[in-house]
Design a protein around this ligand. Structure first.
Ligand SMILES: Cc1cc2nc3c(=O)[nH]c(=O)nc-3n(C[C@H](O)[C@H](O)[C@H](O)COP(=O)(O)OP(=O)(O)OC[C@H]3O[C@@H](n4cnc5c(N)ncnc54)[C@H](O)[C@@H]3O)c2cc1C
Length: 450
């Protein structure tokens, strides 16, 4: 056997790294160590699993263990790495076994934020991070058990989960400290989303701070907020995630300001032979150049592939052409019939980053005005007044968001100005938009007004 690659973590980043390493150098011995039962699954589909839109969890699994084996990758599930020994090029797994490596890929992902008031282990306080979490929540919904859920957190995941539960007939309260849903968006842009979410049965309880959980017989009976109690059979915490970087930190690998592992654009850490990828690392933002924590699926897959390609090239004594070029923090989500999407910086983030910001916002139609079936589309762009460069865009609507937001993501990567985007030749036909598409129109207005 040739050199050995150990990958810690078998989801998006880890399995991408393992697969690419084997593709690029079939002579490598590649071993994936995963502490859970499942590998290579689409966590992003979990809300649809809970809603019942996806019938069975198996549908979310991209690579089954036999498919992993067919790629020439050795997979060990239920195998947690508890210690790294970089000086000896070894990892230690729970139970005491050790594995030697020539190359190590850390792909340990992110962990759900669990505040101190959530307690250690009440059975009915859950986070949704792994496929197993999704299976457990789906089982709770399918059973005749409790019927009242309190979702805490009004970001995209909190909203997706709240809607999924409500659509299954669960009485859902959505508690958040912010006074609006989706605090990264401007309030007027998400008013219609709030109304639509309420119409599917979610009760938004916004502007409330959670103080504690009231327990009875080891289970939470109510969420205690600064404005009274909310009864609960189940509490779902959707308060964001943080990089799962403790294992690496204990071994002395440096962390960045956001708590993620520090890597270069080849996903190499400063420790010889050690790469890292996915939600556990910090990556550069294409607008600011700052290193940020951007826990998103494409970034995880892509950084994994970059790590795998670079370590394979290194093992063959050459350099890889694959480098990670940065994140635009691009997100898109479907909530109660609306699509919400954002790329780059919002106005507050751009101002905090030191830009002199101009914001343009406007309501458009998703189709030509005369063409039947069009829906309102809210669009907001953030522009650097000095250079006229686009810094970010946000869009909310019932149709025509996906696709249009992609133009802005491309513009951010290309460092395009509003003038550049105004002059793009985007395709036109009435069912898809006005002749001056909203993307072109808003940049045209900026081009003329700024
Ligand atoms: C419900 C949900 C919905 C989402 N929706 C979207 C979406 O719509 N769009 C989007 O872009 N992103 C979405 N995401 C985020 C996306 O899924 C993540 O960015 C992606 O899964 C990160 O992949 P990863 O491999 O870096 O980490 P993870 O998926 O967290 O995988 C890390 C793996 O490492 C294992 N591991 C950790 N420590 C150890 C150890 N010590 N030993 C062995 N194994 C270990 C874990 O068990 C885990 O399997 C969503 C996430 C969730 C949970």
């Amino acid at each position: 056997m040739g050199k050995r690659v150990i990958v810690v973590g078998g989801d998006a980043a880890g399995m991408s790294a393992a697969s690419q390493a084997r593709r690029a150098n079939p002579g490598l011995e590649v071993v994936v160590l995963e502490r859970g039962h499942h590998v290579s699954y689409g966590a992003c589909g979990i809300p649809a699993l809970i809603a019942g839109d996806i019938a069975a969890p198996e549908a979310l699994v991209a690579l089954t263990p036999p498919a992993v084996a067919a790629r020439g990758i050795e997979l060990r599930t239920d195998c947690e790495v508890v210690e790294l020994r970089p000086a000896a090029r070894q990892v230690v797994v729970r139970g005491g076994g050790t594995w030697r490596y020539d190359y190590l890929v850390l792909a340990t992902g992110a962990a759900a934020v669990r505040p101190a008031w959530a307690g250690e282990n009440p059975a009915n306080v859950v986070t949704v991070r792994s496929l197993q979490d999704g299976i457990d929540l789906r089982r709770w919904v399918d059973s005749a058990g409790g019927r009242r859920a309190v979702v805490i957190g009004a970001g995209p995941l909190g909203l997706e989960l709240a809607e999924a539960l409500a659509r299954r007939g669960v009485d859902v309260s959505l508690v958040a400290r912010a006074k609006q849903l989706l605090s990264g968006f401007e309030a007027p842009d998400v008013e219609a989303v709030t109304a639509a979410l309420t119409a599917v049965g979610v009760r938004p309880l916004l502007g409330r701070t959670v103080a504690s959980l009231r327990c009875a017989a080891g289970r939470v009976a109510a969420v205690v907020t600064d404005q009274g109690e909310v009864g609960a059979d189940l509490v779902v915490l959707a308060l964001g995630v943080r990089p799962a970087s403790e294992l690496a930190a204990r071994a002395g690998l440096p962390l960045g300001a956001a708590g993620g592992l520090v890597v270069n654009d080849r996903m190499r850490t400063a420790t010889p032979g050690v790469f890292a990828a996915g939600d556990c690392v910090e990556v550069p933002h294409v607008v600011t150049g700052e290193r940020v924590f951007a826990p998103l699926a494409l970034t995880a897959n892509r950084t994994g592939r970059v790590a795998g390609d670079n370590l394979a090239a290194d093992s063959l004594g050459r350099a890889s052409s694959q480098r990670f070029r940065g994140t635009a923090g691009s997100l898109i989500a479907q909530v109660a019939g609306f699509t919400i999407a954002g790329v780059g910086l919002n106005a507050a983030q751009a101002t905090a980053a030191g830009f002199t910001v101009a914001v343009l916002s406007r309501e458009y139609h998703s189709r030509a005005a005369y063409y039947p079936g069009g829906r309102p589309l809210r669009l907001r762009i953030v522009v650097d007044r000095h250079t006229r460069r686009l810094l970010g865009a946000q869009m909310v609507g019932e149709e025509g968001v996906a696709g249009r937001i992609d133009v802005f993501a491309a513009a951010l990567h290309g460092r395009l100005t509003v003038d550049d985007v105004y002059h793009l030749d985007l395709p036109y036909s009435p069912p898809y938009g006005p002749v001056y598409d909203p993307v072109i129109d808003i940049c045209g207005r900026a081009s003329l007004e700024l």
